[in-house]
Ligand binder design. Sequence first.
Ligand code: FAD
Length: 311
Amino acid sequence: MRYETVVIGAGPAGLTAALYLARYKRSVLVVHDENSRALRIPTTHNAPGFPDGISGPDLIDRMTIHAREFGAKIQKAQIVDIEKGSDGFGLIASNGDKFEARSVILAGGIFLNQVDLPHDTHEQAIRDDVLRYCPVCDGYEHSDKKIGVIGCDSDGAAEALFLRQFSADITLMPLSHPELSSAQKQEMEGAGIDVLTGKLVKLQPHSDRIDVHLEGQSAPVSFDVVYPALGCRPRTELAERLGIALCDDGCLPAEALGDSGVEGFFGAGDVLDGLDQISIAMGHGAQAATNAHNWLREQDKHVLQNAESRA
Ligand SMILES: Cc1cc2nc3c(=O)[nH]c(=O)nc-3n(C[C@H](O)[C@H](O)[C@H](O)COP(=O)(O)OP(=O)(O)OC[C@H]3O[C@@H](n4cnc5c(N)ncnc54)[C@H](O)[C@@H]3O)c2cc1C
């Protein structure tokens, strides 16, 4: 079947885009490979409208029901290839399924670069709140706790300084070797942030703390929570296949929300350069959907010619 829009991704960005497009009476299919980062959130406390917090899976369930309510179709599949023809896009899934669309919104999110732990241990540590990846999301919940940051480079230093707002007990540790400049070391010292230099040997999460074993230390250092600051890999391979130039960190440029350089192709959510948050992903979803809808209207000559519109 040919859709007016295929949305790749069923996270906050993709599901918001699908809701808006369905309510614009567009035929819309969401395809996703069940990898929304939101599904890993035990409880978020900064999603507006949920003062008692909401779990990521609950939020995604509600958004899925909401988008379906207005006619969006949602299907599991991993898209592995995309091509642009004269009248739209062809998408190919890993199981061989093919989809056609006049326009595409890529809301594929990111993969985090994670610390080396077995999958189940890693996810349990997230649920136990001893391993976290996003100080913007949950720094508040760790106020006055003993916090470790892994990644002794400028990203790690920036994250440690950000967390300093919430706790006076912050320690920065390298994954392999420290890469701080002397100015950065001074800045850490000035902010009262401890810097350890031994390479990370092992992490041992417990239900109420996480032990960090560092080379050269006879005993592990215990923290209430550890934040690895190891960067991420945006899921932008499909945009790259279309020849879209990516930012240095692999994200889509922010302009791809409205103008990716490929007609009819838009980006939304964490794949775009900027702050990775649920509320922003939702806003992107609404905007990308409206951009796609208006682009389709233009193609169909359903807009006033020579007139500005803010819709
Ligand atoms: C532990 C944790 C806690 C967090 N806490 C918070 C918080 O408290 N507050 C907050 O605002 N944010 C939080 N975040 C961040 C938040 O989850 C993300 O910012 C948000 O999910 C981004 O939404 P998105 O729709 O852009 O991407 P995602 O939710 O990651 O969704 C991406 C979608 O794209 C799909 N996809 C990608 N590529 C393909 C492909 N080729 N084929 C098919 N499907 C594909 C995936 O399956 C997925 O459905 C947290 C993240 C984590 C991991």
